[in-house]
Design a protein around this ligand. Structure first.
Ligand SMILES: [Zn+2]
Length: 465
């Protein structure tokens, strides 16, 4: 029995075995699963989902404690070429360049990234973790901006000692804890995020301050500049420049693009601490650019349209993956069907009038439908959809866009196609997070003194930043 299945059974959740087997979730993947991932693969009931999330957190804590124990003995965690890569970015930058060369690609970019970061990471590990007051021990380091009175994506940790709350983007794992009764000060976010916070949570406009893009402003004596994070609409990378001269760059969730390296402010700001979205910090996640995946989807739709009774389904989160279906609509000059609630969100996202014309509420008007990601998670679910459209469509072609489709044991391509009878299911590595190569390039460009990973951040190195 695989350790994951054994673990599931111990939780009394054997009925989810099929999902975990189908999604090829192994021990490494399990540790990085988020609540959103669980939802998208079909663990939709709240009880089991929370149970799994809590258990994964316990698992990560155990791993972190093991690492602390090891650190106490050795002071520096030695790199072991025999161990599998974990998702902590500091694991990649921890060892000396010569040690890394044994197991890593030795391209110039990576070597330079390591030179920049390895000594800093080691120094951090050698430092004793400072004692923290009991009151603040629960606030993760990636939520607190050193040298400022600011918190980012920290609504789960609301405290009276802070009155400046930044929200990088409108994804549940970042705004969780924010409710209509929020009364802890001001919320700072992009104009798109502010619209969504107002629409979906009901926070009044006078409690929010909209942050401009590429323009330095001063908040409570600290210079703050925001950049487009190229993640979901309204997502921000935020630069904080406190008076102590130690600039902090918080990426929120981001997908690196070349344009970022051409930004004059980012080129010259000199970042001390980089709080980095390390979702895909593992060499196996070297998926293609979004443009290549979009082109693959367009060509696949064109290739499947030999049957006029074909229904195309494109997966989407509440916010996210919009660019994929908008570009498909643009290239094919066809409308896409969305539900009324989806349209009310799309109206907040800053699309042009021309782009809004691509959406229709009349499902008879389009054979391309935007649907929640989880409805495409399995052939079983797709069969259910297929039965609903039995009279009208004879073929279902579904596209499930996620970077996780590029993981271990998966084919490294712009898309994989499976077919069961009259249902065709594509998994396409369309990601709104940076690939491993892009993370390396971004770190090289920013050249920070410290890196604080914001995902799977349970290692000892992260708590001493
Ligand atoms: Zn996100």
């Amino acid at each position: 029995m695989s350790p994951v299945i054994e673990w599931l059974r111990n939780l009394g959740l054997a009925n989810y075995e099929e999902i975990f087997v189908r999604e090829e979730i192994d021990w490494d993947t399990l540790k990085s699963l988020t609540e959103e991932d669980l939802f998208s693969i079909g663990v939709t009931a709240l009880g089991p989902r929370k149970k799994i999330v809590n258990s994964i957190l316990e698992l990560r804590k155990e791993i972190a404690e093991e690492k602390v124990a090891q650190q106490d003995v050795t002071k520096i965690i030695p790199f072991d070429a025999g161990t599998k890569p974990s998702k902590l970015i500091t694991d990649y930058f921890i060892c000396s360049v010569s040690e890394r060369k044994k197991v890593c690609a030795t391209d110039r970019a990576q070597t330079e990234v390591e030179r920049t970061c390895s000594s800093a990471s080691r120094k951090r590990l050698q430092k004793k973790t400072p004692a923290k007051s009991a009151k603040f021990k629960d606030i993760p380091v990636w939520c607190s901006i050193p040298g400022t009175p600011f918190r980012v994506d920290a609504f789960k940790y609301l405290r009276r000692d802070c009155s400046h709350w930044f929200l990088s983007h409108f994804h549940l794992d970042h705004y969780q804890g924010l409710t209509k009764s929020f009364c802890h000060g001001k919320i700072y976010c992009s104009s798109i995020t502010a619209k969504l916070v107002n629409l979906k949570i009901g926070i009044p406009w006078d409690m929010m301050q909209v942050l401009p893009i590429n323009q330095k402003i001063n908040i409570a004596g600290i210079d703050v500049t925001c950049f487009d994070a190229n993640h979901c609409p309204g997502s921000l990378i935020i630069l904080f420049e406190p008076p102590n001269g130690k600039a902090v760059l918080h990426t929120g969730d981001f997908r690196f693009c070349e344009e970022m390296t051409r930004n004059a402010i980012l080129q010259t700001c000199g970042v001390h601490s980089l709080i980095l979205d390390t979702t895909y910090c593992d060499p196996q996640y070297d998926f293609p650019k979004q443009e290549a995946v979009i082109q693959f989807v367009i060509e696949s739709i064109q290739a499947e349209t030999f049957n006029s009774k074909t229904l195309f389904l494109i997966g989407s989160y509440t916010i996210g993956k919009e660019r994929l279906f908008v570009e498909v609509a643009r290239a094919l000059q066809k409308k896409v069907y969305v539900t009324a609630s989806k349209l009310s969100i799309l109206e907040c996202l800053g699309f042009t009038r021309e782009e809004m014309q691509f959406f229709t509420l009349n499902e008879q008007e389009s054979q391309i439908h935007v649907v929640p990601m989880w409805t495409l998670a399995s052939f079983k679910r797709l069969k259910y959809v297929s039965n609903q459209y039995a009279g009208r469509y004879s073929l279902i072609v579904a596209f499930s866009p996620t970077g996780w489709s590029f993981g271990k044991g998966k084919k490294k391509s712009t898309g994989s196609r499976w077919q069961q009878g009259t249902i065709i299911r594509y998994e396409v590595p369309y990601s709104e997070h940076s690939s491993f190569s892009e993370l390396k390039e971004f770190v090289k460009f920013v050249s920070p003194v410290n890196i604080i990973p914001s995902v799977n951040n349970h290692g000892p190195e992260s708590s001493s930043a």
